[in-house]
Design a protein around this ligand. Structure first.
Ligand SMILES: Nc1ncnc2c1ncn2[C@@H]1O[C@H](COP(=O)(O)OP(=O)(O)OP(=O)(O)O)[C@@H](O)[C@H]1O
Ligand SMILES: [Mg+2]
Length: 272
């Protein structure tokens, strides 16, 4: 409804990790640079963490879209795999033709593939999202994968992506070997108060919305208090705000509207 009123081509504030809407905040930029550094320098295991909804999956998708063509990638989204299934998923995503369900065969095939890619000067990256859900056995399998190396180089770069619980898991004594091998780490920060306004305008612009559609500074302050700068929460509040703005037939959304939207959307009021 509000789409027509404001002239949007698509929803501006979906909660899917759509890279088309990527906004390069200071922290997202730093995160991307850390990942690229780790990949280019073949650092083996990298770790990207951040609170719920801060943009980790979005960053993975950006990386997959932007990465050089001589870097092969596999993206594991659903971490409910057995050690063999992990190998199968990686092999499939990398385009290896192997139907085997034998761990040794799969490791052998993967190793051959990695050696061939490395000899062509290529690099291979596996991203494992939602890694906070991996159990000790699965994480141990990740460590074994990172053993694939030549005397000089790590053949496979693995990026573990997850919520802060991942860091707690990695501190377990049984996982200290894995933990000590993580040489690049980055924790994504929420958006700052200054970035929230730019983020909202950016998404409105990408979705084809009008430039005169604005939120007052107080409305943005309120969104900041209510969301703590977390993009997913900002999206939820902004979506409600656009609907409310449409009902009021206004192009300027004020604090009172956001206050009501926060109650509706998050079931709470923020006192700041
Ligand atoms: N830098 C960004 N630019 C544009 N949108 C973003 C950005 N970061 C996050 N978002 C938006 O916020 C929402 C949540 O992002 P995403 O799913 O990537 O978070 P996450 O950290 O992977 O969450 P979870 O912890 O639940 O896995 C999505 O709608 C996404 O589009
Ligand atoms: Mg995610």
């Amino acid at each position: 409804m509000y789409k027509q009123f404001y002239g949007f081509k698509e929803n501006a504030f979906n909660i899917t990790a759509d890279p088309a809407f990527y906004f390069e905040s200071t922290s997202h930029k730093e995160a991307y640079a850390h990942l690229l550094y780790g990949i280019r320098n073949r650092k083996g295991i990298l770790c990207l963490t951040g609170e719920v909804g801060t943009g980790k999956t979005t960053l993975c998708r950006i990386l997959l879209n932007k990465i050089d063509t001589n870097i092969k990638t596999a993206f594991i989204l659903n971490p409910s795999f057995s050690p063999v299934q992990l190998l199968q998923l990686i092999a499939k995503d990398l385009g290896l033709r192997t139907e085997s369900s034998n761990k040794l065969d799969l490791t052998h095939a993967l190793n051959n593939f990695l050696l061939a890619e490395t000899s062509r000067g290529h690099n291979v990256v596996v991203i494992i999202d939602e890694a906070q859900n991996l159990d000790t056995r699965q994480l141990e399998q990740v460590r074994l994968l990172s053993n694939l190396e030549t005397e000089k180089n790590k053949l496979l770069q693995i990026i573990l992506v997850g919520q802060p619980e991942l860091l707690e898991k990695l501190k377990k004594t049984s996982l200290r070997q894995l933990n000590s091998r993580i040489s690049v780490r980055y924790h994504v920060r929420p958006l700052s108060r200054e970035e929230i306004g730019e983020y909202i305008q950016h998404r409105i612009r990408i979705a084809g919305g009008p430039a005169q559609l604005q939120l007052t500074a107080q409305a943005l302050d309120y969104i900041y208090s209510a969301s703590n700068g977390t993009p997913r929460l900002i999206n939820i509040l902004a979506e409600h705000a656009l609907l409310a703005g449409f009902v009021q037939e206004t192009f300027l959304i004020n604090e009172e509207t956001i206050r009501v939207c926060t109650r509706e959307a998050l079931g709470e009021e923020v006192f700041s």
